[in-house]
Design a protein around this ligand. Structure first.
Ligand SMILES: [Cu+2]
Length: 99
């Protein structure tokens, strides 16, 4: 019975978001900066859909991996960013002005 449950769980995992469903995921997005909070290492971005994360467009607050990433971030600027999801927490690992 245990074996069947495990197989089912694995199968559902593969059907869902791929083999990385239970591991770390990384996605790329594009959006407009709405707020920068360097002291808290947070940035608010109105972003478009992030397919790798199965996320529609929305405005949300991201934690950044390194506050230095926010040095050049300006409200109103359009940026490309990389987000990593690890154990349910979403963290930005890169934020760059859109070229
Ligand atoms: Cu979002």
């Amino acid at each position: 019975m245990k074996k069947i449950m495990l197989a089912a769980a694995l199968y559902l995992g593969l059907l869902g978001t791929g083999p990385d469903a239970f591991a770390q995921m990384t996605g790329k997005g594009e959006g407009e900066i709405r707020k920068v909070d360097k002291d808290a290492s947070k940035i608010t971005i109105k972003h478009g859909p992030i397919e790798a994360m199965d996320m529609p467009g929305m405005t949300m607050v991201f934690q950044v991996k390194d506050p230095g990433l926010l040095d050049r971030a300006k409200v109103g600027e359009t940026v490309n960013f990389t987000v990593t999801k690890d154990s349910g927490a979403m963290v930005l690992t890169s934020v760059e002005p859109k070229k």
